[in-house]
Design a protein around this ligand. Structure first.
Ligand code: ATP
Ligand code: MG
Length: 420
């Protein structure tokens, strides 16, 4: 056993030196979402296990083997949320939010017991978006355009968009039979998971990562050929308008998604810059889910993006360091040290945006000044007993070779406002 207690495998601390990127990503997403009229919703991290079984599906990887489920002290089975849509739908039904179209978004940690590797963790973060009450393809399109705008704003250009239509339930039913017939003829060449899914969830076989299975799947019938008039035109509307908007995409007839609740449109944004875990954002339409969870039948479409993967890409571009503080206040001498907190507070009153760090812990002028230098601040503010008596403060620009100057304390806020 190691001497120190460490974080759980697959769950990571986000350290201060990375936080500027997280802020940039979260702030941009929030800005874009609010610009499109989406409102944030926050739901608990823990829900009754039944919620995820009924929504995500019993025969999915997530529910079968990835959930952190446990018994509450009173014996109820609870789970850490593995994704956000189910909670969002539960909350929307519970609070009667679905009487009119609703555009919602959420963010936060999700939990899945997966094999940890680059881009795949046991606690990870998503921002997700759900639009309720809208049937037409225009809202599917809005979600895709919104994400494209976010990528542009973040300077992430190399993403591929893949889309597909899963049809509606009756179309999928017919397709499912054809697919099972085809795959059954090759059952002995499928991996063990896929053989099992042949009976329970054959569409998921299309998504298998096993190369041998993928070879069989390559010649399988495709769902696209089984779409009816309405679903086809829904899909074509999206494609046509993506063309119009100049958003490049690829139709991938084998794109299914790991959750059971999707119908019609599904899409993924994929990058080649992260190795195997290349999907940064994924979503689709789920018209049946609200009713399945006990609400009134309500069409819905949404997506979720994986923040760790996006942060890693942003880190690769290397443009995100944010200066930590603007000024560091050094105080030497008994009276100066006693007066420093008051002066710092007045300065904060005068210039609320100022990022001011006050030296704590005393020490010589030299050692305090060293800390000021190391702090990354632009200015050192120097207060000695002499300065205090004259009601001035020394100001030293730590980035330019200029002489230290003296300013009257009351002029300091204006000076800093001008120079930062
Ligand atoms: P994958 O095919 O990568 O397993 P998924 O289909 O399970 O993804 P979703 O449930 O649709 O993923 O989640 C949406 C996004 O959340 C993914 O595209 C990915 O960016 C991110 N994500 C999902 N699982 C993880 C994980 N274990 N660690 C980090 N990010 C994840
Ligand atoms: Mg997964």
């Amino acid at each position: 056993m190691s001497k120190y207690i460490q974080a759980i495998r697959g769950m990571h601390d986000i350290l201060p030196e990375r936080i500027a990127i997280w802020h940039r990503l979260e702030d941009s997403a929030r800005q874009v979402l609010s610009a499109y009229g989406y409102a944030e919703i926050r739901t608990p991290l823990v829900e009754v296990t039944e919620l995820f079984k009924r929504s995500i599906g019993e025969v999915t990887d997530i529910v079968e083997k990835e959930m952190y489920s446990f018994e509450d002290r009173n014996g109820d089975s609870l789970s850490l949320r593995p994704e956000g849509t189910a909670s969002c739908v539960r909350a929307a039904i519970e609070h009667g939010l679905l009487v009119q179209p609703r555009r919602l978004w959420y963010r936060g940690p999700m939990f899945r017991y997966e094999r940890p590797q680059r881009g795949r963790y046991r606690q990870f973060h998503q921002i997700g978006v759900e639009a309720f009450g809208l049937t037409g393809p225009d809202i599917d399109l809005e979600l895709i355009l919104l994400t494209a705008r976010l990528w542009r704003g973040l300077g992430l250009d190399g993403f591929r968009l893949e889309i597909n239509s899963l049809g509606d339930a009756p179309e999928r039913q017919i397709y499912r039979e054809r697919l099972v017939a085809y795959l059954s003829r090759h059952a002995d060449q499928l991996d063990a998971d896929s053989q099992r899914r042949l009976a329970s969830n054959p569409l998921r076989i299309l998504d298998s990562k096993n190369p041998e299975t993928q070879r069989i799947v390559a010649d399988a019938p495709t769902l696209m050929d089984y779409l009816g008039e309405e679903t086809r035109s829904h899909f074509e509307h999206i494609c046509r308008n993506l063309d119009r908007a100049g958003v490049a995409y690829r139709i991938n007839p084998r794109l299914v998604r790991g959750l059971d609740y999707y119908n019609r449109t599904v899409f993924e944004w994929i990058t080649d810059d992260l190795g195997a875990q290349g999907t940064v954002c994924a979503g689709g339409r789920y018209d049946g889910l609200v009713e399945q969870l006990g609400g009134r039948s309500t069409p819905a479409v949404g997506f979720a993006m994986g923040l760790e993967r996006l942060v890693e890409l942003m880190a690769l571009t290397g443009l995100h360091s944010e200066p930590g503080i603007d000024a560091y206040l050094v105080a030497v001498g008994e009276s100066a040290q006693a007066a420093a907190p008051g002066i710092a507070e007045r300065l904060r009153d005068g210039l609320p945006s100022l990022r001011l760090m006050s030296h704590c812990g005393g020490g010589s002028f030299k050692s305090q000044f060293k800390k000021a230098d190391k702090s990354g601040a632009r200015f050192a503010l120097v207060l000695g007993d002499g300065e205090l008596e004259r009601e001035v403060i020394g100001v030293k620009d730590l980035r330019e070779e200029t002489e230290q100057r003296e300013l009257r304390q009351e002029d300091l806020a204006a000076f800093l406002a001008d120079h930062l």
